[in-house]
Design a protein around this ligand. Structure first.
Ligand SMILES: NC(=O)c1ccc[n+]([C@@H]2O[C@H](COP(=O)([O-])OP(=O)(O)OC[C@H]3O[C@@H](n4cnc5c(N)ncnc54)[C@H](O)[C@@H]3O)[C@@H](O)[C@H]2O)c1
Length: 386
């Protein structure tokens, strides 16, 4: 079957380290074209992988009748505009998160989605993370309400620098939107009341109150150490409990016949060792993977790195394990990046409805983040209407 012809608009840090590699390695997709304003970057991409052509004018992508699917990887200020133009050009569109910044933009995207046959997917890839797909499967039918606790806490000093794009952007929107989408996807509902404390840009605690009594507490922030992993989810309901550490280590309790699980990292990096030695190996490997950069972080930000030492000596010598895939930007758990793009392309080819987050889900995440910011501003819970 003919491969899906993909055109990229914006191919900077994230797209270079993720979706370009996915399409490059795919049996179902070709990189037909890349548009970016940065000519050096375009040269680098076309000299390191099979690329049909490159351009500095994104309209070339929209005008190319061969291109069926557009991946938008610019920063969020251009998302709504490029989604609308790409849908109007007759393409299927996968746009990185967040879908939009304001309610007006979300409405304009929804209108474009409605008037066009092409499908829209937002880059809420966690819906395709194997550990979260499994969480959703296990929780099907478990009596409501559910109580979910989510921690997304990891330093990102580069993003916080003066003069950078994110200096004035609230993290609850550009990063928290992933989790706002995830919990609505898990619960298959939208909260009716939300509340947030903390500061405007970086560190927040949120409460989401769902109509069936389910509750989500969500800590979203930028503190901590590179030596501790970023994400932790706990789901409690009735006499069951599931915890997932870094989308990799899953503990399943209260489900007869079910057992704990460990998931291989993104692109199966060191999968053999992770599956053999479990999360202790993953945790130590993540620090080892970044070890070369420790002086940079120490000098620039005063951060300390230490090798992980657990009370019981590890059965492996972590210093012997270097990166396997040298083109990875970092070692990461499988957060569903590859699965989400492959699924969208397959649906395009087969003419079926994708399970990716659509314009409605993108709208919910943006509007929830903005409602949380309103709550922070007023110090009061905010009623949320979809
Ligand atoms: N899903 C995830 O896990 C995840 C993780 C990180 C980043 N992201 C998202 O990826 C997106 C990109 O982030 P980034 O850090 O790679 O940003 P970046 O600035 O490194 O890349 C953006 C690219 O867009 C290009 N660009 C800007 N205007 C353009 C235009 N008019 N035409 C063509 N190209 C244009 C820039 O030249 C740049 O190369 C953001 O929306 C971010 O939220 C998603």
């Amino acid at each position: 079957m003919r491969k899906v012809q993909v055109g990229f608009i914006g191919a900077g840090a994230f797209i270079s380290g993720m979706h370009l590699q996915t399409v490059r390695d795919s049996e179902n997709m070709d990189i037909r074209a890349i548009a970016d304003l940065d000519e050096e970057l375009l040269k680098k991409h076309s000299s390191t992988m099979q690329v049909g052509y490159t351009t500095t004018d994104y309209r070339t992508i929209l005008d190319d009748p061969e291109i069926e699917m557009v991946i938008i990887g610019t920063k969020q200020d251009l998302h709504a505009r490029f989604i609308i133009e790409s849908l109007d050009a007759g393409k299927w569109v996968l746009c990185e998160k967040p879908m939009a910044e304001t309610e007006e933009e979300t409405q304009a995207v929804l209108n474009a989605e409605k008037r066009n046959p092409g499908k829209l997917a937002i880059g809420f890839n966690r819906r395709f993370a194997p550990s979260y797909v499994e969480t959703k499967r296990l929780m099907q039918g478990v009596k409501r309400p559910w109580f979910i606790n989510y921690r997304l806490m990891y330093p990102n000093p580069g993003k916080q620098e003066k003069g950078g794009f994110y200096e004035t952007q609230p993290r609850i929107l550009y990063e928290g939107c992933h989790i706002l989408d995830l919990v609505c996807w898990l619960l298959e509902d939208v909260p009716t009341r939300v509340f947030m404390t903390g500061d405007k840009l970086l560190n927040n605690c949120c409460i989401l109150d769902y109509p069936d009594g389910s509750q989500v507490s969500f800590m979203c922030g930028s503190m901590g150490s590179f030596c501790l992993w970023k994400e932790y989810m706990e789901v409690f309901a009735n006499w069951t409990a599931i915890t997932v550490s870094e989308l990799a280590d899953m503990r399943v309790r209260g489900f007869p016949g079910e057992f704990d699980r460990v998931y291989a990292p993104h692109r199966n990096e060191r999968a053999k060792e992770v599956l053999k030695w479990g999360f202790d190996f993953y945790e130590a490997y993540k620090v080892q993977w970044m070890w070369e950069a420790r002086n940079h972080y120490k000098e620039k930000y005063g951060m300390d790195f230490e090798q992980i030492q657990r009370p019981t000596p590890a059965p492996f010598d972590i210093t012997k394990f270097g990166p396997e895939h040298l083109d990875l930007a970092n070692v990461n758990p499988d957060k569903g990046w590859i699965g989400s793009v492959e699924h969208f392309a397959r649906c395009l080819r087969e003419g079926t409805d994708p399970d990716n987050a659509n314009g409605k889900a993108g709208t919910t995440a943006t509007n929830l983040a903005n409602a949380l910011l309103e709550s922070l501003e007023t110090g009061q819970p905010v009623e949320f209407k979809q």
